[in-house]
Design a protein around this ligand. Structure first.
Ligand SMILES: NC(=O)c1ccc[n+]([C@@H]2O[C@H](COP(=O)([O-])OP(=O)(O)OC[C@H]3O[C@@H](n4cnc5c(N)ncnc54)[C@H](OP(=O)(O)O)[C@@H]3O)[C@@H](O)[C@H]2O)c1
Length: 215
């Protein structure tokens, strides 16, 4: 996020110029994952996912018994996703977590079912207990959630975040309606999830913070 707490600019499709250290950090986190969770708002804004190309990282995944690329799982209540997104042409295993309502109402449901493993996990909202049971049954243990703010809010609410990485970019984006790392309904202080800071790193003007959720 920016120094003023934003995760995108007023134009969500505008490219973010994260620097080499942050890109390497995100790539490293992604390289550990069996599955990446990503909100549909992010895939609509960004169009596609970056894939792992580094031969050393690919070799490390192979040694750990992981597929070359993690599964990319888009979370969408409405299934309002265009089958024309470049994401659906990428050479990766794609999943979509959605709802019964989404499957019934989305005009693109059958096209999307040909392009991804579309999993219904609730009537109008995702049942995260079912989602995590399903992933565990498939041997998926390391899950990295890349945001955006609405998905992160849902996962925090469901008690599914163990470790929380925050990079603070030395820039200010501003904007009333620009998403922040955690959206959703918010918490009163007495109910707010508590974190413990376990690691910090500064690279030039950028700050990398690693928190663990207190259970
Ligand atoms: N700076 C960063 O590191 C970073 C990281 C990620 C994203 N971003 C930016 O953040 C922006 C998107 O953030 P956002 O908060 O607007 O969107 P988001 O979290 O990416 O996606 C929101 C959508 O995800 C689905 N969703 C979320 N929680 C759900 C739940 N519990 N059950 C079912 N579906 C659920 C809904 O999909 P439907 O609407 O399809 O029903 C919801 O509208 C983009 O501009 C992106 O570029 C920045």
């Amino acid at each position: 996020m920016t120094a003023d707490g934003k995760i995108s600019a007023i134009d969500p499709k505008a490219p973010r110029h994260s620097d080499a250290a942050d890109k390497a950090h995100v790539k490293y986190q992604i390289s550990l994952a069996d599955l990446i969770l990503i909100g549909s708002g992010t895939i609509r804004a960004e169009g596609k996912m970056s894939t792992i190309q580094d031969p050393e990282v690919l070799a490390a995944r192979s040694v750990r018994g992981q597929s070359p690329q993690p599964i990319i799982c888009v979370v969408s209540r409405s299934l309002d996703l265009s089958a024309d997104l470049p994401f659906f042409q990428q050479d990766i295993e794609r999943w979509i977590f959605t709802t019964r309502t989404g499957l019934e109402r989305s005009p693109d449901a059958s096209a999307l079912q040909k392009l991804a493993n579309v999993v219904e996990l609730g009537d109008t909202d995702i049942n995260w207990d079912h989602a995590y049971t399903l992933m565990s049954e498939k041997g998926i243990n390391k899950i990295v959630a890349l945001g955006g703010g609405s998905l992160s809010a849902a996962l925090i609410q469901a008690g599914r975040i163990d470790d929380w990485w925050l990079t603070i970019w030395p820039v200010i984006y501003g904007g009333h309606n620009v998403p922040t790392p955690v959206e959703g309904e918010g918490y009163l202080p007495a109910q707010a999830p508590q974190l413990r800071l376990i690691e910090t790193r500064q690279i030039e003007s950028e700050l990398f913070l690693h928190y663990r959720t207190l259970k």
